[in-house]
Design a protein around this ligand. Structure first.
Ligand SMILES: [Zn+2]
Ligand SMILES: [Zn+2]
Length: 345
């Protein structure tokens, strides 16, 4: 039997490298993927924290930002063939609950997530249902394709707001997600893009990527600066942190829109309800998006944005834990894991 070595999540922040048989197709609609690379996500850091800040099943392989090629297909697979390049849309929804039936599948009541509840992509080989895989052109560089999943969340969130070319945008949080928002909004014709973060490494990074203005709330009044730059305040504000609702409201112009994107389940930020009502602010909670996948593929295939510019480090699968530490250090932006250690890009 053919085997592979993969890091298995054991709970309490532990990963152990185990020899496992190559995954088999368990269902006629399954696809065997030879994984090439998988990004390390904030969710993975949360899963591997002690105590964990995000639950994952013990005994599985984690990782959900994968890109690879199709090696084998089940008899019922219709839209993929051997050799196709694919990326992963990790949530496998039930298709049957009231939310799925209403088209709100991001609110599915009975779902699995690749890399959280079932085996993920920090592995050389992965078996996954066809509907969790999307074909992407070989012409897209591997390191752009590997950021498909986080990019799809950004595309999904932006579908909620009435954004217009020329709109000024303030983004709180200059990590990978904030920077993906900046890249997409730039491509959509944003006016000024202003980003804030407490970590100077991240601000420097944003500056290098061409973000118009970067601000550190530790040494400037961000609300005042946004007002000075935009006149009235930002047309669109994005909280890419997850507990910045109050600051977000302070940065928006009257009648502006705010996307609440980051996920911090334990934080309960205070907010002025009066301010939201009096100034006609519209808040949009945005979780993973409603089928943003095909659109995200088109965006990547257009070549109009280069998410790979966020990647600062590439580590082999044997160094996954070191990659996680790099992300935690605050001195790396995006770290990707190369799952076929001998393979060229
Ligand atoms: Zn992710
Ligand atoms: Zn469902």
């Amino acid at each position: 039997m053919e085997t592979m070595i993969a890091p298995v999540f054991q709970g309490e922040g532990r990963l152990t490298y185990e020899s496992r048989p190559l995954p088999q197709l368990k269902d006629r609609a399954d696809v065997l993927v030879r994984v090439q690379a998988c990004g390390i996500c904030g969710t993975d850091l949360n899963i591997l924290a002690t105590p964990p800040a995000h639950n994952a099943t013990h005994g599985i392989v984690i990782g959900h930002e994968g890109v690879g090629t199709v090696l084998e297909i089940g008899d019922d697979v219709r839209n993929l063939t051997i050799g196709d390049r694919v990326v992963i849309a990790p949530r496998i929804t039930c298709g049957k609950c009231a939310y799925c039936r209403a088209g709100l599948d991001n609110q599915c009541l009975d779902y699995n997530t690749i890399g959280t509840t079932v085996d993920g992509a920090f592995t050389p080989y992965l078996s996954a249902p066809e509907r969790a895989l999307f074909k992407i052109s070989d012409a897209v560089p591997r390191d752009d394709a590997v950021l498909f999943e986080p990019l799809s969340c950004v595309v999904g969130a932006l579908a909620r707001v009435p954004f217009q070319p020329g709109n000024n945008v303030a983004i709180i949080g200059s990590g990978p997600m904030g920077l993906l928002f900046a890249q997409v909004l730039r491509a959509m014709g944003a006016g000024r893009i202003i980003m804030s973060d407490l970590v100077s490494y991240r601000l420097q990074f944003a500056h290098t990527l061409g973000v118009d203005v970067v601000l550190n709330p530790a040494d400037s009044d961000v609300a005042q600066a946004v007002k000075a730059i935009t006149g009235l305040g930002a047309d669109l504000v994005i909280d890419a942190v997850g507990n910045q609702m109050k600051s977000a409201a302070d940065l928006a112009r009257r009648g502006g829109h705010i996307i609440l994107f980051g996920l911090r389940p334990h934080d309960t930020p205070a907010v002025s309800q009066y301010q939201i009502t009096r100034y006609d602010l519209t808040l949009h909670g945005a979780f993973v998006g409603l089928k943003p996948f095909t659109q995200t593929i088109k965006l990547l295939e257009s070549g109009r944005i280069q998410p790979s510019s966020l990647i600062t480090h590439r580590v082999p699968l044997s160094e996954l834990a070191a990659g996680v530490e790099l992300m935690r250090s605050g001195q790396a932006m995006k770290v990707i894991v190369e799952t076929q250690e001998t393979e060229a890009k």
